[in-house]
Design a protein around this ligand. Structure first.
Ligand code: DX5
Ligand code: ZN
Length: 216
């Protein structure tokens, strides 16, 4: 089965963002992945909603926003107003998870829930019937360019098994250290959407890199 590919602009050349987005649009990528970091939930600060809003004016692509922030409930409205099509929050954040998911869904966009490598799959079970996407982090959130943690393959398989057995309409997204090889492993384990940043931008051709992930 074909995977969907969400391209993380964290590894793009920000000075050439327009050209980078043109390249992503011309490839067969399904989504643009935005990593928003607040320096509290993760030890890094990336970019925020003004960039999302600007990109949203330029492209019709699906904007897949990954909020690595401590209190997402306070920013859902702004995030959706700036163009997010999917908003993903972390189970480990300080906001009330059920309330924040409800707020995302009420805004008319897709809701994602993400777990860090140390968080077991079982902790998201109470929310699976309320979300559209489960994001399984395959690196510690905070930085691009890290190596895929292969222990996460079991977590992906458990999630896939549970979702299938319970007939849930939840896609499994994986994020971190995805390249042609790890993308195939994740896909074989049950991932539907592969997020990739450095593999896409450090590989010469965006189109070829996206195709190599999508075609598995
Ligand atoms: C890490 C981010 C990822 C990151 C992936 O916290 O959530 O989306 O951009 O980068 P690569 O593909 O380089 O691991
Ligand atoms: Zn991400």
């Amino acid at each position: 089965m074909k995977n969907q590919v969400s391209v993380s602009i964290l590894s793009a050349d920000f000075l050439e963002l327009k050209t980078e987005i043109d390249k992503i649009e011309k490839s067969n990528a399904d989504m643009l992945h935005f990593d928003v970091m607040d320096g509290v939930f993760v030890p890094n600060i990336s970019f925020g909603f003004p960039i999302l809003e600007t990109v949203n004016k330029y492209t019709d692509m699906h904007l897949d926003v990954h909020l690595m922030i401590i209190n997402p409930v306070d920013y859902i409205e702004q995030c959706v107003r700036c163009g997010a099509d999917t908003v993903t929050i972390h189970l480990e954040c300080d906001s009330d998870i059920a309330q924040t998911i409800k707020m995302i869904k009420k805004s008319g966009v897709k809701a994602g829930l993400s777990i860090k490598p140390s968080t077991p799959f079982e902790s998201v079970i109470p929310y699976l019937d309320k979300i559209d996407m489960l994001l399984i982090m395959t690196v510690e959130p905070g930085f691009g360019g890290q190596s895929f943690i292969s222990d996460m393959l079991n977590k992906i398989s458990s999630a896939k098994k549970y979702i299938d057995e319970h007939n849930l309409n939840v896609s499994i997204q994986v994020d971190g250290g995805i390249n042609e090889k790890t993308g195939k492993l994740a896909s074989d384990a049950g991932a539907d959407i592969l997020v990739a940043g450095s593999y896409i931008f450090k590989n010469g051709s965006v189109t070829e890199a996206v195709a190599s992930l999508a075609g598995q």
